[in-house]
Design a protein around this ligand. Structure first.
Ligand SMILES: *Cc1c(COP(=O)(O)O)cnc(C)c1O
Length: 376
């Protein structure tokens, strides 16, 4: 089946009691156990709604199986703690989601774990590997600069060294990129973003093979970051439209990135679908669409970020991303606020940088909103 079809049919099971076409929501946290094998319990990640939504997600990420969590950070922290113990080292990237960066810098030392933030160049990742490295963790495209990492090269480093590789695939979504097929061991999502897609739920996922999933499962039951049946169902419902949403978001983002590139009040646009983007060739190879996220720098001699954001009528200043509605934020004031200005500038995150999460509105309305706000 193609992804469009998998979105709708994989992991969705008719109601056996009524013949209804949707998976029923099974709210029980206690299940009759005499003569039954697998004992379902929400924190064991094995209640019916958790299992069915995992089936759909795994079908979309083309992995054998996986797990859903109560947030993206629950998925990330559980994965990390599964793969690392005191004394172990992880290679991560310097350009990374702020929450993951904060998890590493706040907690690793306390847990006796070491880390290196490497450059997004695979050679830098390879050079950062030590004898005690047990995890290589990447993102692509990255937040907020949309850097693109050669996923196959990272997977190869993992295979050669025997180190588990993981990727945060939130920005690309399973519609545009399937890292497991490129050799990555674990694919992570903040389902709060594109998978949920309507800015109204919080969840996370890890998709992997049976063996790694079973290892994560054992840690996860201790840490307890499982997802309730109602949100599992909401996620399943959202996933039915994932393909058409992300396809439209990717088309809109490409159009807007081209429009902004030619605008006199914009200094620079970061979007992997632009031929001028340094990661364009790699993105074309490993992605089927370039995604709904783009960033750009306003020319400060023409207008301030604050003035521009206040002038927007349709596009909403908001911190999250991946929803059907277009949202915008200034990373220096939101996701990367806790990082010093010096460290930010080193990463290339300037104060005039804005990150746009493109929604599924009509492209003409989005362009018109940017046009009028930039003319103010
Ligand atoms: C939001 C986000 C996360 C964290 O997800 P939560 O659901 O907020 O815990 C992780 N990675 C990326 C890339 C994100 O955008």
């Amino acid at each position: 089946m193609k992804k469009q079809t998998r979105c709708i049919h994989s992991g969705t099971h008719m109601d056996p009691a009524t013949g209804g076409v949707n998976t029923p929501i099974y709210t029980s946290s206690a299940f009759h156990y005499i003569d039954s094998g697998d004992q379902p319990y929400p924190r064991y990640f094995n209640i019916p709604n958790q299992k069915t939504v995992v089936e759909k997600l795994a079908a979309l990420e083309k992995t054998p199986t996986g797990m859903v969590f109560s947030s993206g950070m629950a998925a990330i922290s559980t994965l990390v703690i599964t793969l690392m113990k005191s004394g172990d080292h992880a290679v991560l990237m310097d350009d990374m989601y702020g929450g993951t960066h904060a998890f590493v810098t706040d907690l690793f030392e306390r847990l006796g774990m070491k880390h290196t933030f490497a450059d997004t160049d695979p050679a830098a990742v390879a050079a950062a590997v030590r004898d005690n490295t047990s995890l290589i963790y990447i993102e692509s495209p990255t937040n907020p600069l949309l850097n693109v990492i050669d996923i196959q090269k990272i997977a190869r480093i993992g295979k050669e060294t025997g180190i588990t590789t993981a990727i945060d695939n939130t920005f690309a979504s399973p519609v545009n990129q399937n890292p497991y097929e490129l050799g990555i061991d674990a694919v992570i999502h903040s389902g709060t973003k594109y998978l949920g897609g309507h800015s109204d739920l919080c969840c996370g996922a890890v998709l992997a093979d049976e063996e790694l999933s079973a290892r994560i499962h054992r840690t996860a039951a201790h840490l307890g970051g499982s997802l309730n049946a109602q949100t599992c169902y909401l996620l399943e419902r959202s996933l039915k439209t994932l393909y058409i949403r992300v396809a439209q978001q990717s088309r809109n983002a490409l159009d807007l990135s081209r429009y902004l590139s030619t605008h006199g009040a914009i200094d620079r646009v970061y979007y992997p679908g632009l031929e001028t983007h340094p990661g364009y060739d790699i993105a074309r190879r490993q992605m089927s669409g370039f995604g709904g996220m783009l960033s750009f720098e306003i020319n400060e001699s023409k207008m301030t970020n604050a003035g521009f954001m206040r002038a927007l009528r349709l596009i909403k200043p908001a911190m999250s991303l991946g929803g059907v509605e277009s949202t915008i934020c200034a990373p220096a004031l939101t996701s990367h606020k806790k990082i010093s200005r010096e460290a930010r500038e080193k990463l290339g995150i300037r104060d005039n940088l804005l990150r746009l999460s493109v929604g599924i509105e009509h492209i003409d309305d989005l362009t018109a909103d940017l046009e009028q706000a930039l003319a103010d």
